[in-house]
Design a protein around this ligand. Structure first.
Ligand SMILES: Cc1cc2nc3c(=O)[nH]c(=O)nc-3n(C[C@H](O)[C@H](O)[C@H](O)COP(=O)(O)OP(=O)(O)OC[C@H]3O[C@@H](n4cnc5c(N)ncnc54)[C@H](O)[C@@H]3O)c2cc1C
Length: 488
């Protein structure tokens, strides 16, 4: 039975950023992820916003880690290579009453240490965002956008190249504490560790319950989004948020450009019973479009090309008002169990700062020795369309795969598909390719390139066609032949 210093359950943005922090030290670390790739849960389905820290109460952990995380994002983007655009956001007030609220948000933001906040009038907004209709707005220049999966993949792949073991498709099914070690039962065998980090997101209560009686509940709360075609990307250049609704502890339906050049509308907020219920509903689609019209009167309904939803991991029920602070703590009943509970928004932004905090907590019981050969790899993919003609022809001369376009919408070459499939985490689903090089993310949504990627997976990577998955072991790409051969 392999014994690790630290075992992390869950490879969302929280587990992956903790793994990366730990990988800077000489420790044996393992990450168990039940999905076929990292970023399979909430970390994949959110707004992708780098929050500034204006929305959380002063002195809360949410405010502290959001402000700290926000400051860390730019240097991290420079070294790890994920894309970042600090486009800023407006919180708009539609009348005098809401103007008082945005002034109050400004005060809270300043107390939290958010710099350069400014109240602007309608004329100033119109010069930057001519399509927006409002009375006044709070301008927040330190808010930005990232691609949440690129961000998570950057941490996880950098942890993996520094010897963290990522066990994908590995579900933690039971835990026991024996002597000073955790015994971790999974569908792929039993493992041991000195420290156990519970970063299982919506499943964090289940993980605690294997070891002790949890003193909290998780209330899943679904947020639905609509995605607009890139053709409408000039609708706005910054993010537009309404004054947050009083109930449910959420920020309200906002309109946000994405790093890929689409526009996002959402999220709704609806408490649900089943944390796996990621439906997109007609009812919410109508509500989202209505709310969008209040912000942008000329909102183009026909621009919607797809929908998705993400599930918030709430520690507070609707009756309790929906807002609760993060719980980042070592269990008193089970020493060595470090729990990350209720990591809802701004969890993406806060992740790098939370990871540093968890490292501090672990260093109280494990000796940290910096890894001498620690390596940083920039994951940025330079797309062929961004290269000079000279660079393109040099690359094609060296490797002719650079000359074969596989995804026509996003201009992705066979060489980039190969690089994506050769990722250090050994994730080999169709989604793993899509999230690493953008093949299949364009207007035709994989209609053209899927067959070519399947051929590359089969011929160059020896993946059996019957075992190819879209994104998880339960999403087979092929169920059998449409027409059986005679005598088969
Ligand atoms: C609608 C919405 C919008 C949001 N917008 C933003 C935003 O714009 N900016 C921002 O900063 N934050 C935002 N957030 C918050 C942010 O997305 C989360 O805080 C963050 O993704 C939480 O990451 P996580 O790693 O804790 O959870 P997850 O990403 O859910 O990771 C948990 C992982 O654990 C795995 N797992 C669970 N159980 C087991 C098990 N038994 N064995 C093995 N693996 C297991 C899961 O498969 C999953 O991959 C938003 C959230 C939502 C829902």
């Amino acid at each position: 039975m392999k014994n690790f210093h630290v075992a992390i359950v869950g490879a969302g943005v929280i587990g992956s950023s903790i793994a990366w922090e730990l990988s800077k030290n000489d420790l044996d670390v393992v990450v168990f992820e039940k999905g076929s790739d990292v970023c399979s849960g909430t970390s994949k389905a959110n707004s992708g916003v780098v929050h500034s820290g204006i929305n959380s109460p002063v002195s809360s952990l949410k405010a502290r880690f959001c402000v700290e995380g926000n400051k860390m994002i730019k240097p991290l983007s420079d070294s790890l290579g994920f894309s970042l655009k600090m486009i800023g956001k407006f919180v708009i007030a539609k009348n005098e009453y809401e103007a008082k609220i945005i002034n109050n948000i400004k005060k809270i933001g300043q107390e939290n240490g958010v710099p350069d906040l400014e109240i602007v009038d309608e004329n100033e907004i119109k010069t930057k965002e001519p399509n927006i209709s409002c009375y006044q707005a709070l301008w927040v220049p330190t808010a930005g956008i990232i691609s949440p999966y690129e961000f998570t993949i950057a941490f996880a792949e950098n942890a993996a190249i520094n010897n963290v073991n990522f066990l994908l498709n590995t579900n933690v099914k039971d835990l026991k504490k024996k002597d000073n070690n955790f015994e971790i039962k999974t569908n792929r065998g039993v493992f041991q560790s000195n420290i156990l980090v519970n970063a299982a997101g919506l499943n964090c209560r289940e993980i605690v319950s294997y070891l002790e009686e949890p003193d909290f509940n998780i209330y899943p709360c679904r947020g639905e989004y609509l995605v607009l075609d890139k053709e409408y990307s000039d609708l706005l250049t910054s993010m537009i948020y309404p004054v947050p609704p009083k109930e449910l502890g959420v920020l309200g339906v906002h309109i946000t450009p994405t790093i890929e050049g689409n526009i996002l509308l959402g999220p709704s907020a609806e408490y649900i019973n089943d944390s796996e219920d990621k439906r997109s509903t007609k009812k919410m689609m109508k509500t989202l479009l209505k709310e969008a019209n209040e912000i942008i009167p000329i909102f183009p309904k026909k621009a919607v090309i797809s929908a998705y939803s993400g599930i918030r991991c709430k520690l507070a029920s609707p009756n309790e008002g929906g807002w609760a602070d993060y719980r980042i703590e070592e269990s008193k009943k089970t020493p060595g169990l470090i729990n990350l509970l209720g990591i809802e928004s701004p969890g993406l932004t806060a992740a790098p700062a939370i990871a540093k905090e968890v490292l501090r907590m672990i260093s109280k019981s494990l000796k940290m020795r910096p890894k001498l050969n620690f390596e940083t790899r920039n994951i940025r993919n330079i797309n062929i369309s961004e290269m000079s003609s000279k660079k393109k022809s040099d690359l094609i001369k060296k490797e002719n795969r650079w000359g074969r376009i596989v995804c026509r919408c996003e201009n992705i070459t066979e060489a980039e598909i190969h690089k994506a499939l050769n990722n250090p985490l050994k994730a080999q689903t169709l989604s793993a390719v899509k999230y690493r090089c953008r093949a299949g993310m364009g207007r035709c949504q994989g209609g053209f390139c899927t067959q070519h990627i399947v051929r590359i997976m089969e011929e160059d990577f020896n993946i059996n066609i019957n075992e190819m998955n879209l994104k998880s072991a339960n999403s087979k790409l092929f169920y059998g032949r449409t027409r059986e051969k005679k005598n088969d």
